[in-house]
Design a binder for this molecule. Structure first.
Ligand code: BGC
Length: 860
């Protein structure tokens, strides 16, 4: 039987409200038959548009202009080579489609917020609305400068946190659409709380504030359709009231929240809201990113009473989120919840938070009550509570992150590796909070470009990153300077300078996010539209790179990066920050060779042949320059460090014979280092590939399985539940490496996903699953055995459906079960080297194991 198992518009199966004039459709099917081929698919939309296609990804609507505020139904009919057909239907809604808002930006005109470095007071807006007739449909469209929370008749509207989300507000701002048909009554009270958030609040380690607006502002429009056919619009204007005396006394991402439950909104002073003059004019668009939502809930694994009479809860997992508390309290009782990632001497250790307080303070009303922060989040595993007895409190914790589908699974016979896989996923979840952040706890949580550039491939194995990355990449595109540079963090959180060209240009993997991230996403999901959109940005960035790399240099030296600011081998162990940055010449040059090679491939995919040649030549020249200037005749690098070998190997910058030699040097270095990791951000994702793909698989496994510091499994072995920023964040002697005096300003986080990029190796080599063509249209399964691993399973829900590889070794027989989705082909390479080309279906293969005697542990 043929079944359409997924049918999406703009990557959503349901609930899509879009302003995209050309929405994209994708689908995949399942079948109980082998070798299914889709013969035709027809999309028909309720406005008469029809399209026949065999494409399954990103089929773009190309009919007449869509109407605003309209619901469309789309039918999909698919037929296959067995003459079977399947039908599916979806509905989506258009948003405002740029139609003018019938409402005004409002604020509290009497509130003049001038203080530096702090967050503004929280504004609460209110409006009473009467609806005397029967309602057919009511929707509210809302956005703000700041972050908002909407309440109708005392109940929260929607499930989103931190709406409207973080974008490059100067360029684009999202609005959300909520259906409130069921919530509206005859007499209604609409309350909107607006905190400073990213736009106005204190943000970045420099504690900048008022970056996008001088104070908060709100824009909302409630559109009601009555059963008698009449319509009404209630928009924000001067008839709304505003106060700073509401329940939320303080709200900020870093410091947390102070909530006073004793405040009665009917007893406080309200002022008339005033129209706000907004100085920037972003394009206001229906939500196109992934909203932050409440996800996993954790019960504490223990509660201890500290010497100072405080309660200390351990949630067993480090993550980003908030507590949720059931409280028996007395009116005016003040309860404080402090959060931290680790303990030292049995106490919360908050040193790594720097200026972030990560505190929630709750002032009780009388009796039983519920509290969970709504306008902030913390990075934590431990919570210390003061002001309440244990028996009066029931506490849980909620993970908050962008609501992306988990689309990958990896497990194997080694328990610590499974813990590493879990740590990688939690590192990701904790840092996908509306934008890809570096960390969720200290006074940073910013969109550092390098972190996601290096992690994006692993991210796409574990999550469906489509909407999340596309949203962020739109900001990357928008933040590109006139000179072609990409800032080090996106969205940019600084007041724009007159001379845009002066914004420090991120190079050396950081700026390359504009190439590496869309490329990783394309490989995973296969939508060429994203490549098309980002291609001009990539080209301009390449042009800028070329210009800066060759400035004041001659001959081959023109391809060796010297100028500009490099993060280099960021976070490599046993080197200070200056040491990491001093490696920039190597890392940046290698990166230029790699990125230009990728742009050449992208140009080819997009049919830009001339460009393809040009970028391929740039890549080759840069690779040659690295070889001849930065390496010696015998392929050793002039300044030896692991990353300096890893990059030219993985980035394919060397001839076959040079590769062999280079890999030997890398293997030597790694053996000398007793299989410990020596790489920073740029080398870490690739070091195991550089070894395993060049004849040193055994070294790769030994390195992966090393569990003394510095190594991936050391973190897992000593109880880490996420990925750390520094390999020795917690040293073997139990002390914390806060980076004292190494130039980083006390930089240590226990939740930084970057080094978790090793996750790629688990999927691509151990499970052996690797796309060969965008979206896994063609992919490879080629498991790599080693490290006494006796079984492994990898599963990825690709754009064509489920790809899986599950292998085990039993009694010297290697067995593998494989799933190939319809529309894709798999190139299977068995450990013996035997190859097969497989069309869709499920398969089982076996072969005798070779040259591996008694090496495998039984399942641990
Ligand atoms: C961040 C990193 C980031 C780096 C830039 C740090 O403070 O936490 O993850 O990439 O700065 O080098």
């Amino acid at each position: 039987m043929l079944k359409i198992s997924r049918f999406t518009v703009e990557s959503l199966s349901s609930g899509c409200v879009t302003d995209n004039e050309k929405p994209r459709f994708s689908y995949f099917v399942e079948s109980d038959k082998q070798e299914v081929v889709i013969k035709n698919a027809t999309l028909s939309m309720s406005n008469g548009w029809q399209k026949n296609t065999v494409e399954q990804i990103g089929v773009t609507y190309d009919g007449e202009g869509l109407d605003a505020f309209h619901q469309y139904t789309v039918k999909l009919e698919v037929s296959n080579n067995y003459n079977e057909t399947a039908v599916a239907e979806l509905t989506f809604e258009t948003g405002r489609m740029l139609s003018e808002w019938k409402s005004k930006w409002i604020t509290d005109g009497a509130y003049h917020f001038k203080e530096a470095k702090v967050s503004p007071k929280t504004m609460t807006f209110r409006k009473n609305i009467n609806c005397s007739k029967e309602i057919r449909c009511a929707k509210i469209y809302v956005t703000a400068f700041g972050i908002y929370e909407l309440m109708l008749n005392g109940e929260k509207v929607g499930e989103d946190y931190f709406a409207p989300g973080f974008t490059s507000y100067r360029n684009q701002l999202q609005y959300q659409t909520y259906d409130v048909t069921g919530q509206l009554q005859e007499k209604n009270c609409l309350v909107v709380v607006v905190g400073g958030g990213w736009a106005v609040g204190s943000f970045t380690y420099k504690r900048r504030n008022r970056v996008y607006a001088k104070r908060q502002a709100l824009l909302a429009e409630l559109r009601i359709e009555y059963c008698d056919g009449t319509k009404e619009i209630v928009g924000t204007d001067e008839t709304w009231s505003v106060t700073e005396e509401g329940n939320f006394r303080e709200t900020e991402f870093y410091n947390g929240e102070v909530y006073d439950a004793t405040v009665d909104l009917d007893q406080i002073q309200w002022r008339k809201a005033e129209q706000e003059q907004i100085k920037i004019s972003p394009k206001i668009m229906a939500q196109y990113g992934v909203p932050v939502r409440a996800k996993e809930q954790f019960e504490p694994i223990c509660c201890t009473h500290t010497k100072g009479g405080m309660l200390l809860y351990d949630f067993g997992q480090n993550f980003a989120g908030v507590i949720s508390a059931e409280i028996r309290g007395k009116k005016g009782q003040k309860i404080t919840f402090r959060h931290a990632e680790i303990l030292m001497d049995g106490k919360l250790y908050t040193e790594p938070l720097r200026t972030a307080k990560q505190e929630a303070v709750y002032i009780c009303e009388e009796g039983m009550q519920q509290y969970s922060p709504r306008m902030t989040y913390m990075g934590f595993r431990y919570v210390e509570v003061t002001g309440i007895e244990e028996q009066d409190l029931r506490i849980t914790a909620i993970a908050l992150y962008s609501d992306m589908e988990e689309n990958g699974k990896f497990s194997c016979s080694n328990k610590l590796l499974n813990q590493l896989q879990s740590n990688i996923c939690w590192g990701a979840k904790s840092n996908f909070v509306d934008i890809p952040t570096d960390c969720p706890q200290r006074d940073e949580r910013m969109g550092w470009t390098g972190d996601i550039a290096l992690f994006s491939s692993t991210a796409t194995y574990n999550f469906n990153m489509g909407r999340f990355l596309e949203k962020w990449l739109l900001d990357v595109k928008a933040e590109q300077t006139r000179g072609g540079g990409i800032p080090v963090t996106v969205p940019l959180v600084r007041v724009p300078l007159q001379w845009e060209i002066m914004i420090p240009m991120a190079v050396d993997h950081w700026g390359d996010a504009c190439i590496l991230v869309p490329w990783a996403e394309y490989r995973a999901r296969g939508d060429k539209n994203l490549l098309k959109k980002m291609y001009p940005t990539m080209k301009r960035y390449m042009k800028a790179c070329k210009f800066w790399a060759q400035l004041f240099s001659f001959g081959k030296h023109r391809r060796i990066w010297r100028l500009l600011h490099h993060y280099g081998d960021w976070c490599a162990p046993e080197v200070s920050m200056w040491g990491w940055m001093g490696r920039g010449k190597w890392t940046a040059t290698a990166c230029l060779a790699y990125s230009s090679g990728i742009v050449a491939q992208i140009a080819e995919i997009l049919g830009e042949e001339k460009d393809a040649k040009e970028y391929a030549a740039l890549s080759k020249e840069t690779g040659d320059a690295y070889r001849s200037i930065l390496m010696k005749e015998d392929c050793s690098v002039k300044k030896e460090f692991q990353t300096a070998y890893v990059l030219p190997l993985y980035y394919e910058m060397l001839s076959t014979s040079d590769k062999k030699q280079t890999a030997k040097h890398l293997s030597r270095m790694i053996r000398e280092n007793n299989y410990h990791i020596g790489t920073g951000f740029p080398g870490t994702p690739y070091v195991l590939f550089a070894l395993a793909d060049n004849g040193f698989a055994e070294d790769a496994f030994r390195m992966l399985l090393t569990d003394t510091c510095p190594s991936w499994l050391y973190e897992a072995k000593v109880g880490g539940t996420t990925i750390w920023e520094r390999w020795d964040a917690l040293r073997e002697d139990g002390t914390c490496n806060t980076g004292e005096g190494d130039g980083t300003g006390g930089m240590v986080s226990f939740n930084h996903y970057a080094s978790g990029a090793v996750g790629d190796f688990l999927y691509r080599r151990i499970a052996g699953i690797e796309p060969l063509e965008g979206g896994y249209k063609r992919f490879q399964i080629k498991p790599l055995m080693g490290g006494k691993i006796s079984w492994a399973k990898g599963e990825v829900l690709t754009a064509y459906g489920k790809v899986s590889s599950s292998w085990k070794i039993e009694n010297h027989i290697f067995c593998i079960d494989i799933e190939v989705p319809v529309g894709a082909t798999c190139q299977l390479v068995m450990p013996s080297g035997e190859q097969q080309l497989l069309a869709s279906g499920s398969y089982h293969f076996e072969e005798e194991e070779r040259n591996r005697e008694n090496e495998h542990e039984s399942n641990i």
